[in-house]
Write a protein that binds this ligand. Structure first.
Ligand code: ZN
Ligand code: ZN
Length: 606
């Protein structure tokens, strides 16, 4: 090792001490920088879509149903539900008879992460939670959100202690119950959990014969009954979805659906109940769920009862969903498997969050304020005029979210870029009203659906509004960090113009001070801008890290200048050697930093 270099006259021992100190500092700085930038994932991908202060839209049509029963078979994947067993017998005879004689069916596509909480939130509240909600606990709501249950007159719910309290725990107008956690014993056949929910509901109905208050409650309109059936999920995890225990559990949920249907019809005797049977997510062959594989995202959906259309034979003109991209990002153009034995009956697939506006519309309730689902009209039996009103209510709810997000962003931004395609939304609304008045329902429907898809695009626009700025700041920061490392390597491990500065130490220190001062001023100005825009604290951190690494580079301005002059006079192969040395050194440093990051993130996880 040379004893000269940037330190000029220092001896070798002192120089190696200095180098060691500087490299420890570099590793520490690298770890901090990578850790801060890693947090940006929370601002880019894990950003909650919920916005508060959105106005409700009161629908202008009569409710097709007086009450609604929602059955969710946790972890039931579509193919195991629809296909026959090895002997050709179908596992869900009751629900199949419904599909064939009085209801509608399809596959409901869940969006990853295919977990219980986001799945139920999509079904009941109509929006896709950001993945970070999974880490924030299952029972408590990390963020308050609206749901179909909130809008109901009363909700009755039985099921898992991990699911039911999410929606009913803080709901005044609800009657609910869940079993103790130790019931979820994975070692035994968990289908008894499904029977537990059914038994609770049955005994509630029986109790109402002696309890006049309860009887009155049950007779009210806008009543929702939600039974959560955990059996398939527990059995899928413990025994995998090919096991006889899981497959037998499909028969159990079919039995529960049939029993609930008979109980409700016998009790109310008014044909005013709508029924929805679905699942929160599927189950992979390995007995897990969470990712975007079709075995996890494809779940069954069967709807029937008051307000639901009857089955329709498949014709070439009414098969519209081929090639449509669903929320799980799969293009579903594969035909329905023939072994399902349902190819003659029209199948209507939906995105999971579409179930929420479907339930709201069946009950004639406003859609949950943060719902982003599109009402699946093929499920609903309404007149043309009412269909338009239902789609318009759904559209206005999404538009209200868009307007609220736009307003909040605008009031915080110094330079606001509006979402242009919706700048004339009010004239579009006026036109729709005009078309409805003149009974041009098809045109009104087209315009409403068009407005809804624009509003959804607008929501996406604001969800990703800061992405360009964030990604630019972070990329700039990483580039700065790499350049800083390159400069360090050139100064410390090569024989490049080291002693140039030896005589100018004092001048150089003065120069450094100036650069740092300018850096501080610029950082403070940028920080004030972020403060004025009400940016989250982490935005300041990204910006500070980026400007810090660039200040480091600018402080070596004189070295860069000399280096440039030096290199431009050299042969090409020296430059190549230099680049190779630099690349190797940077790689080693980055490797060190990555190891630290790995240790750090493991510690955080613990
Ligand atoms: Zn689940
Ligand atoms: Zn599970």
């Amino acid at each position: 090792m040379r004893s000269d270099g940037i330190l000029g006259s220092r001896d070798a021992e002192e120089r190696s001490k200095w180098l060691k100190r500087k490299e420890i500092w570099l590793v520490v700085l690298g770890v901090i920088l990578h850790a801060v930038y890693m947090l940006s994932i929370f601002d880019i991908y894990f950003k909650t879509p919920i916005v508060h202060g959105v106005d409700l839209v009161t629908p202008r049509f009569t409710a097709p149903a007086k009450r609604l029963v929602l059955l969710v078979a946790d972890g039931l994947r579509a193919d195991k539900f629809y296909e026959p067993d090895s002997e050709g017998n179908y596992r869900a005879p009751f629900l199949r008879s419904i599909i064939k004689t009085q209801g509608r069916w399809g596959v409901s596509h869940a969006r990853p992460p295919t977990e219980s909480r986001p799945g139920h939130v999509a079904i009941i509240a109509g929006f896709y939670e950001d993945p970070s909600a999974v880490t924030k606990g299952w029972k408590a709501n990390p963020v308050e959100f609206d749901s179909v249950f909130n809008r109901s007159r009363h909700t009755i719910s039985f099921g898992s202690p991990d699911i039911v309290p999410i929606f009913c725990g803080a709901l005044q107008h609800s009657t609910w119950g869940s079993y103790p956690h130790d019931f979820e014993d994975f070692a035994t056949d968990a289908s008894f959990l499904d029977m537990w929910s059914l038994d609770q509901f049955r005994s509630l109905l029986n109790r109402s014969n002696e309890d006049s208050k309860l009887k009155k409650l049950l007779q009210m309109d806008n009543l929702v009954v939600f039974l959560h059936l955990l059996g398939c999920d527990s059995n899928g995890h413990a025994h995998r979805p090919f096991s006889s225990i899981y497959l037998n559990n499909v028969k159990v949920v079919d039995h529960v659906a049939e029993s609930v249907y008979n109980l409700v019809e016998d009790y109310f005797k008014d044909n005013r109940t709508a029924y929805i049977f679905t699942a929160d997510h599927g189950m992979s062959d390995k007995g897990s769920h969470g990712d975007g594989h079709p075995s996890n995202t494809d779940t069954p959906l069967v709807a029937w009862g008051a307000g639901v259309k009857y089955p329709r034979p498949v014709s070439s003109s009414n098969h519209s969903d081929s090639g449509f991209r669903f929320v799980d990002d799969h293009v579903h153009d594969s035909p329905t498997p023939t072994e399902w034995g349902l190819h003659g009956i029209e199948r209507v697939d939906v995105n999971q969050a579409d179930i929420a506006p479907l339930m709201s519309t069946l009950l004639g309730l406003p859609c949950p304020v943060n719902s982003v689902g599109s009402l699946p009209l093929d499920y609903i039996n309404m007149s043309k005029a009412e269909e338009v009103e239902a789609v318009l209510a759904n559209t206005k709810e999404i538009l209200n979210q868009f307007l609220r997000k736009s307003y909040i962003k605008q009031s915080h931004s110094l330079y606001f870029k509006p979402f242009k395609p919706l700048s004339h939304y009010s004239s579009m609304l006026d036109k729709i009203e005009h078309l409805i008045l003149s009974k041009e329902y098809d045109a009104a429907m087209d315009l409403s659906q068009n407005l809804r898809s624009l509003a959804l695009q607008g929501l996406h626009y604001f969800q990703t509004y800061d992405w360009l700025m964030l990604m630019s700041v972070i990329t700039l920061g990483y580039v700065g960090w790499m350049l800083y490392l390159v400069l360090h390597v050139l100064q410390s491990y090569t024989s490049l113009p080291g002693n140039i500065f030896g005589v100018e130490q004092a001048v150089q220190r003065n120069h450094h001070r100036k650069i740092y001062l300018y850096g501080c001023v610029v950082t403070a100005m940028l920080s004030s801008l972020l403060l004025l825009e009400h940016s989250p604290p982490l935005y300041h951190m990204y910006m500070i890290m980026t400007s810090f690494s660039w200040v480091q580079i600018f402080s070596e301005y004189r070295f860069i200048n000399v280096l440039w002059k030096h290199l431009s006079g050299r042969k090409v192969n020296i430059v190549i050697k230099l680049l190779a040395t630099t690349a190797l050194s940077v790689f080693i440093l980055e490797f060190l930093v990555s190891v630290f990051i790995l240790i750090f993130s493991n510690l955080v996880r613990l």
